[in-house]
Design a protein around this ligand. Sequence first.
Ligand code: FES
Ligand code: FES
Length: 213
Amino acid sequence: MDGKEKKPEEQNKDENQQVRVSRRDFLKGMGTGAIAAGIRTAEAVSPAEAEAALPPGIKASVINLNVNGHPYRVRVRSHWTLLEVLRRELGLTGTKKLCDRGSCGACTVMMDGKAVYSCSRLALEAENRRITTIEGVSDGAIAHPIQQAFIDHDGLQCGFCTPGHIMSVKALLDVSPRPGVGQIKEALSGNICRCAAYPKILESAMAAARQVK
Ligand code: FES
Ligand code: FES
């Protein structure tokens, strides 16, 4: 330490870096003490200590998250959104923050299979739900057919809105593999593209629907 006090967010991030259970740790720790070790680290901080520096009405808790099939135990505060936790605490920055008030769709992720705005959901709500972000869509280095369709059909310009559009298309195709154009438009109606690449986005989504089925 250089003598400077860390901001509360930095302190929390340090704590979460200690409690995160990575995929590697999870696989290595199946039936061993690796996960338990992570959990013990989280619980070593007493609730009284955790809340000592919080403003009145704000609570801190350690929650279980399932993101892209990976288990995490994360220290969160009661007012933090799922978007904040994904990007800041878990480092999953593919999910974008733009309006931060539920109107653009850049932050779209899937929760239990449905497309949701992660900026409008509390992290606490996501506990023990199945969360899928854009990082969980591809199979390693191989692009998902929806991603490939966006590439092949130029379904993006700056690309900032693209993760949100892809998550909305995926949520649709997972339950409705042969959607009509009306269903696709409706599924994408909550996603704004400031570059106005809408014709190509629709073309990409329709191509994805043809490939995914
Ligand atoms: S950042 Fe969530 S809807 Fe815009
Ligand atoms: S491609 Fe730029 S915002 Fe959609």
